[in-house]
Ligand binder design. Structure first.
Ligand code: ATP
Ligand code: MG
Length: 432
């Protein structure tokens, strides 16, 4: 465990200044302000600090009065965003939460003057740490530091009850295990498994947001493994539709292999995750109708953007194409050079490898792509429409066809420069 004051001094000066400004303003008004939650935890672990959350016993009305630049983000929950030293900080009021009859939002929020009681509503012990930035005093009413020292993630209070109150905590559990490199406390996975129905109360948007953070975070294979070990994977990925995914171990193995190898380009991690865990038939040839119907139902539930949906369906089309006896031709080059091409080929190879199928053809194709000069993959000498017009080819659909055809010829190495490309076009029979 690191020395907190040293870590605090490593935080960038502007953010430190903002926290101190808020703390001093509250101190003058007779309140003690605390940095709380993930920021304190990450400082202790020496990890990069994300958003800054603070808390005190000052009620929202008083906070709004003290800070002229403030936005009420969750008034009913006692949260106000305040601007200090050019930064926005979420400043909450100590509170208790009572009853989660819908498994999503507390039925009632009650303010309290007690830091200890505020700690009781937080999800994990390491998220119930408080730091007074003016004195560097730490309050740790739920023994979160001891859990961090043991390297374990534990719920505040009875795990099953806490997961049943709010299904989002189940997803946060998997994310924190991976991101913080912690082990589950004894009984945590069992409690999570027996509360898995509460995932049905989490909206598709929140599920997708958590999956994105898991996919992009470090040790993303650990996060998905934790979901599987606690029997949450199916319900999470399908937003409550399916308890267990078909071929779950196979999908996990594929995710592990590709994510450990770091094969997903930045920005495609979530698309890769969905493509693996929602694939209608892992490693099999997919029909267009199968892709369409899976995409429609699954992406609607997850509220996936059309861009994300397109990335995933492209991965399915391409991985299926590459697995289905691909040839060393222009169609393959077009498939490979697109943004999802290399990852789709990696997927095709991984599925085959995991299913013990012949992968020689995919390997050969990969070796062929690797050997191809850039000028074959992205020919830069192709004649423009204007140049073809000047050579007497009329504008119209036929010209479009010819331009695509001459690009195919370039991809296949039949034409190698602009002169031969133009000759090739002119030689293509009578023009309609
Ligand atoms: P990160 O910002 O890296 O996701 P964090 O722990 O700061 O981690 P936030 O979502 O910023 O997470 O929440 C701030 C704090 O609020 C948490 O540390 C935790 O104490 C509390 N909290 C957040 N979500 C929940 C929840 N669903 N149930 C109980 N407490 C929660
Ligand atoms: Mg946070």
């Amino acid at each position: 465990m690191l020395r907190l004051s040293e870590q605090w001094n490593l935080l960038d000066a502007k953010r430190r200044g903002a926290v101190l400004t808020v703390a001093r303003a509250l101190e003058e008004a007779g309140h003690r302000a605390w940095l709380v939650g993930g920021a304190v935890r990450d400082l202790l672990l020496g990890q990069e600090v994300g958003d800054l959350d603070m808390v005190s016993k000052a009620l929202p009305d008083e906070v709004v009065e003290l800070f002229p630049h403030s936005r009420e983000v969750g008034r009913s929950f006692g949260i106000v965003q305040v601007e200090a030293a050019g930064r926005w900080i979420e400043l909450a009021t100590f509170r208790l939460e009572r009853g989660y009859s819908d498994g999503r939002r507390p039925d009632e929020v009650q303010y309290t003057e007690s830091l200890e009681k505020d700690a009781g509503r937080r999800d994990f012990t390491c998220n119930a740490l408080y730091l007074d930035p003016l004195t560097m005093e730490v309050r740790d009413p739920k023994a979160g530091v001891a859990d961090l020292e043991k390297g374990q993630l534990a719920c505040v209070g009875d795990a099953k009850g806490r997961f049943e109150e709010d299904g989002l905590r189940l997803l946060r559990m998997a994310r924190f295990l991976a991101r913080l490199g912690l082990k589950p406390a004894a009984g945590l996975f069992e409690a999570a498994a027996s509360s898995r129905d509460s995932l049905r109360g989490v909206s598709g948007e929140r599920v997708l947001e958590e999956l994105k953070r898991m996919a992009e975070g470090p040790a993303s294979q650990v996060a998905m493994g934790a979901l599987a070990s606690s029997k949450l994977l199916g319900l999470a990925i399908t937003v409550g539709k399916q308890e267990v995914l078909s071929d779950e171990p196979l999908r996990l193995a594929a995710w592990e292999r590709i994510s450990v190898a770091n094969a997903a380009p930045s920005g495609l991690e979530l698309a890769l995750l969905l493509s693996i865990f929602l694939d209608p038939a892992p490693g099999q040839i997919l029909r267009e109708s199968e892709i369409r119907s899976t995409a429609q139902s699954a992406f609607r539930l997850l509220r996936a953007s059309s861009c994300l949906g397109q990335q995933v369906t492209d991965l399915w089309h391409l991985r299926s194409y590459f697995a289905n006896n691909p040839k060393q031709d222009s169609v393959s080059i077009r498939a490979f050079r697109g943004p999802q091409g290399p990852l789709a080929l990696e997927l095709a190879r991984t599925w085959k490898e995991l299913q013990g199928e012949q992968q020689a053809r995919v390997e050969t194709l990969l070796a062929w792509f690797e050997e191809l000069p850039k000028s074959r993959v992205w020919p830069d000498f192709l004649p423009s429409g204007q140049q073809l017009l000047e050579r007497g080819i009329p504008a119209g659909p036929r010209m479009g066809e010819l331009m695509r055809a001459v690009e195919d010829a370039a991809l296949m190495g039949v034409v190698k420069d602009q002169a031969s490309a133009v000759d090739w076009v002119l030689a293509q029979g009578p023009l309609s």
